[in-house]
Design a protein around this ligand. Structure first.
Ligand code: BV8
Length: 237
């Protein structure tokens, strides 16, 4: 931990790459961990354009269930430690695979959302986007746009390209970073996971915060085994 702290304190530019694990302590199930299933469906079976065109109501039910979980959740000390570090550090860019918006609610500002935002609906016909405000009393609105088109969640599904501007911003940040802090991701989803070897080839030190070994732990310079909500406040404080 001391070595990782030293690298972070000396670095001019830092990237934090986060995945579902940083929201686990907020009570949001991760994609591939326990609790990630919903009605015995794996996320990869529902988070696809094919699943949505086959049964939009089923896919919407899954997203409304996730929205209700996230609405009831709070950012945890891991999210808050990253937001506080951004205010102190000379240059921190937070690149997240998460769509839950908990980094925004924790106060982070320089956020690159690789996989979109669960709080945005987008019209399949006119492409109009609207931000959803979820409150407990909210009756699930109809998922139709004013133009009559069907709305979809504003997230990136498997088989869909990442938003070009977000991907470019992530690449640019990783290429200039001296340290990349990888938090709560199994590093199996691409192209996001490709940012880790990209950071290594650009000469960055890579730190991993995860209770478990991941697909890319072998490429990591410093593996901190533990929960983000416990390690990040000590690491970044
Ligand atoms: C694309 C939004 C091409 C939706 C998500 C090689 C190159 C390019 C593509 C591919 C490739 N190989 C395969 C592909 C296809 C695919 C892919 O990667 N598949 C995987 C399953 C093999 N990739 C794609 O389809 C991507 N698109 O490549 O398009 C293209 C190009 C041009 C034109 C057309 C097409 C799109 C991928 C995006 C999919 N959308 N989310 C939604 O959320 O509903 S991905 C989804 O997985 C989430 O965003 C999630 O964040 C992400 C990654 O998962 P993790 O975050 O890592 O979560 P996971 O559960 O796996 O792990 C949690 C970790 O946390 C664990 O390690 C655990 O130990 C740890 N943990 C637990 N508790 C804690 C903790 N850590 C810290 N503290 C704790 N307390």
């Amino acid at each position: 931990m001391n070595q990782a702290r030293e690298w972070l304190q000396q670095a001019q530019s830092v990237v934090a790459l986060t995945g579902a694990g940083i929201s686990a302590e907020s009570g949001i199930p991760t994609f591939r961990g326990p609790g990630g299933l919903w009605r015995n469906f794996k996320p990869e079976q529902l988070a696809t354009p094919e699943a949505f065109s086959a049964d939009p109501d089923l896919v919407w039910e899954w997203y409304e269930w996730r929205r209700s979980l996230i609405a009831a959740a709070q950012p945890n000390p891991g999210h808050l430690a990253l937001a506080a570090f951004e205010r102190r550090a000379p240059d921190l860019v937070l690149v997240t695979q998460n769509v839950d918006g908990l980094h925004d609610r924790a106060g982070s500002e320089r956020i690159v959302k690789l996989h979109g935002d669960i709080w945005i609906d987008r019209c399949l016909d006119c492409d109009a986007e609207q931000t959803v405000r979820f409150d407990d009393a909210r009756v699930v609105s109809s998922h139709y746009c004013g133009c009559g088109g069907l709305l979809r969640p504003g997230v990136v599904w498997f088989g869909e390209a990442l938003p070009l501007d977000a991907w470019r911003a992530a690449e640019q940040a990783v290429r200039r970073a001296e340290v990349v802090l990888v938090v709560g991701t199994s590093s199996v989803v691409y192209p996001a996971a490709g940012l880790i070897p990209m950071a290594k080839s650009a000469g960055a030190k890579v730190i991993e915060v995860n209770p478990e070994q991941t697909a890319l732990s072998g490429e990591i310079d410093c593996c901190l085994r533990g929960k983000a909500g416990e390690i990040l406040p000590a690491l970044l404080g």
